[in-house]
Ligand binder design. Sequence first.
Ligand SMILES: *Cc1c(COP(=O)(O)O)cnc(C)c1O
Length: 449
Amino acid sequence: MTTHDYPRIVVGPPGPRAQAIVARDAEWTSPCYIKEYPLVIARGRGAMVEDVDGNRFLDFMAGIAVSSTGYGHPAVVKAVQDAAANFMHICGSDFYFEGMAAICERLARLAPGPGRKRVFLSNSGAEAVDGAIKLVRHATRRTAIVAFKGAFHGRTIGALSLTSSKSRQHGGFGPLLPDVHHVPFGNCYRCEYSKTFPSCQLACVSAIENDLLSRHLDPRDVAAIFVEPIQGEGGYVVPPPGWLTAIRQLCDRHGIVLVFDEIQSGIGRTGRMFACEHEGVAPDVLLLAKGLASGLPLGAIVARESVSTWENGSHGSTFGGNPVSCAAALATLDLVQGGFMANAAARGAELLAGLNALAAKYPTMGQVRGQGLMLGIEFVKDRATREPNKALVQAIERKAFEKGLLVLSCGVSTLRLAPPLVIDAGDVTIGLRVLEEAIAEATTEAAAK
Ligand SMILES: *Cc1c(COP(=O)(O)O)cnc(C)c1O
């Protein structure tokens, strides 16, 4: 095992320097920010984050599944420095540069499914979602969109209309886009039809057709179904085998465009380039962002040529496809394909095995699930009732932070593990050890209350 100089807590976080920055931030930043816990980063290296007081953390959240190649990977830093020194902007909507053509070709060739693809570059995930809403409406001349309960697609008005993970994200912002219809996701742990897989025969998919599309919404009015192959913010929920295939078949029966939002699950995180590849299903439109450029802002709409029918001048962006971001994305893909994706599969299997071993000891761990390095633990008050245990997740997250492990929650009561794809076997061991300490302490304290 390699030696690691982290976690290293020299002063209980937030230390004095961190506290000063948190106080300044609180005075001037918009109150809408979540600020999950008072981590004040000074620098990072690989999977290690160091705060302004010299504390070192093992990062199991990657800035919300973004820092795919870890912090400061030399190949990414060099690509960014070289691109920045040449030119930082030209506007790819109006002019040309090699990096933009190269990343679009690369993504088009990587995207699953037959036929040519065309790529549009955005600045963010939400902007890719918004662009895709426009694209599918333009291509089909239909208006309705079907999305899933628990989905997270972003926070701009268009993307927010598809989002359905927390009502606070909607509250006070309406009315949102009309003609958006939310149906239950393939969440077998909390089946809305109180059925069990596989005897359910995917009743949740049949219901889209037999209920929504036959009683309420004419399928000829539906432009697209937007779906995350693994729900991210909604709780790292993995649908059952065959579920995505059934959604694909439903779309094909009605000429509905299928959009996979792989903004969180894509770019090697699950051990395959795209999570949909585990199921062997290809979308018509694939959306990417988060891990694509190792932290530089870049999103992508990768669409089949048959859907990419919007004409010259119908969509664009001043900053989208920034040259420095394109360079970072090319370097990121080299690294992901050059070993980090395989590492995500191998380390993910170790982590999953370790989590399952923990679940055998701690009955509050209701379900462990995920693929590669996209892993979730849903905490419950009682395994029989499956009542969510939100307070316990918050306590574990905070304790892990104080012990030098960065994790994040998602959904109602799920702890997510989304480390940079660079973690090694030693990081897995450290992460599991600190996580167990946090779970044990939080559980004991909760029981004493
Ligand atoms: C984060 C996320 C988005 C939104 O991306 P932003 O860059 O925050 O706008 C959309 N879809 C999914 C699945 C995400 O995880």
